[in-house]
Write a protein that binds this ligand. Structure first.
Ligand code: 5AD
Ligand code: SF4
Length: 352
């Protein structure tokens, strides 16, 4: 299949079959063409600016037991931590002081942070700091999600991980696919800019299911799309990847860039990060390649250094994470990409 690089010919209504063809192709010129088209769509619909988010992983406790994840409750090999309310507010104030205009408050699913605590913490951050708040706290009751929105949080991330209900069930012994999708709908209804996403290269993840994932992003009208590679974690029960190229999406970097590019083409105005997992796989050019294939967001981990190594969802090697200021990150990004870095909140602008 060939696609004309003229964006007017790129239908946002790429069919499931078109998407599968692109996911399967190993033809270099077709792949490069796909990235070029995604880059044009990105340029046309969200412009040149890159958006930088400060990521605070404030608790690695989790009541869930997802088979692939190092934070799963049965992983006894993980040192657990929780940041206090004051520590969280302090980290947000520092981030805002350094120029960050979004803080992503992320944790395992940890009910220790009750609705009241979240409401108060978010309220304090919003009253002290000029910063947008994104939450990534897992599935919470509707009432809690609403309270957090009323406290001032603008965005919420909740990946659906895979739209294959059979695979979903295998991977998530204590979650239900239907609830996941329902919660995403609730988030939109409440008024959040809502993010979903998937892991790419999960064992037994079919091409068909990934095409379905990409179409689902559009169907749910999500505002943000986070797609990263599945990275095997030996401290979890999920075994290695499946290498049957005929049926299953290949667990390689290229598959992730393709998913990013196709998600950009299909959804156009969404905010798409070059994910942390991608940078883990390829610290040198991972983000750069994603930025050339439709991505426009990056997250910088600002978790205090005494906690950061414990947020071990998957092995990250020995890379020490320096906490960089917004200015440092912005300068490095502009140097590497030639693109400007937004000084605003970076909300999604929806064009008709
Ligand atoms: N590899 C890559 N990403 C993972 N996540 C969890 N485990 C892994 C893994 N082994 C991602 C999931 C989840 C978030 C907590 O981290 O997408 O949403
Ligand atoms: Fe918990 Fe999320 Fe990891 Fe599942 S993926 S174990 S909900 S942190």
């Amino acid at each position: 299949m060939t696609m004309n690089a003229n964006t007017h010919r790129i239908p946002a209504d790429l069919s499931g079959e078109d998407i599968i063809d692109f996911l399967k192709t190993t033809d270099r010129s077709e792949i490069e063409n796909l990235y070029r088209i995604a880059d044009r769509v990105r340029q046309e619909h969200v412009g040149e600016e890159l958006h930088v988010r400060a990521l605070l992983n404030f608790s690695n406790h989790c009541v869930r037991n997802c088979l692939y994840c190092g934070l799963r409750r049965d992983n006894a090999q993980l040192v657990r931590y929780r940041m206090s309310e004051d520590e969280i507010v302090k980290a947000a104030r520092q981030a805002a002081g350094q120029g960050y205009r979004t803080i992503v408050m992320q944790s395992g699913e940890d009910p220790y942070y009750t609705e009241q605590v979240l409401y108060r913490t978010i309220g304090r951050i919003k009253s002290f700091c000029d910063i947008a708040v994104t939450l990534s706290l897992g599935e919470r009751p509707f009432k809690t999600l609403k309270a957090c929105f009323q406290a001032g949080a603008e965005r919420y991330l909740l990946k659906h991980e895979t739209s294959d209900p059979v695979l979903y069930k295998k991977l998530h012994p204590d979650l239900h696919y239907k609830n996941r999708i329902q919660t995403l709908k609730h988030l939109k209804e409440i008024g959040y800019q809502t993010g979903s996403g998937i892991m790419v290269g999960l064992p037994e993840q079919t091409y068909e299911s990934v095409a379905q994932d990409i179409l689902l992003f559009r169907e749910l009208d999500v505002d943000m799309i986070g797609c990263g590679p599945y990275i095997h974690n030996p401290k979890t029960p999920l075994r290695q990847r499946t290498l049957d190229r005929q049926h299953f999406i290949q667990p390689e970097e290229e598959s992730v860039y393709k998913v990013i590019a196709l998600s950009r083409i299909v959804t156009r105005t969404t905010m798409i990060p070059a994910t942390t997992a991608l940078a883990t796989l390829n610290p040198v050019s991972g983000a750069q390649t994603a930025f050339n294939a439709g991505a426009n967001v990056i997250m910088v981990n600002i978790t205090p250094p005494q906690y950061a190594p414990c947020y071990e969802i998957y092995p990250r090697g020995s890379r020490a994470e320096a906490v960089l200021s917004f200015q440092e990150v912005a300068a490095a990004l502009t140097k590497a990409t030639g693109r400007p870095v937004s000084k605003g909140y970076g909300h999604r602008r929806v064009h008709p």
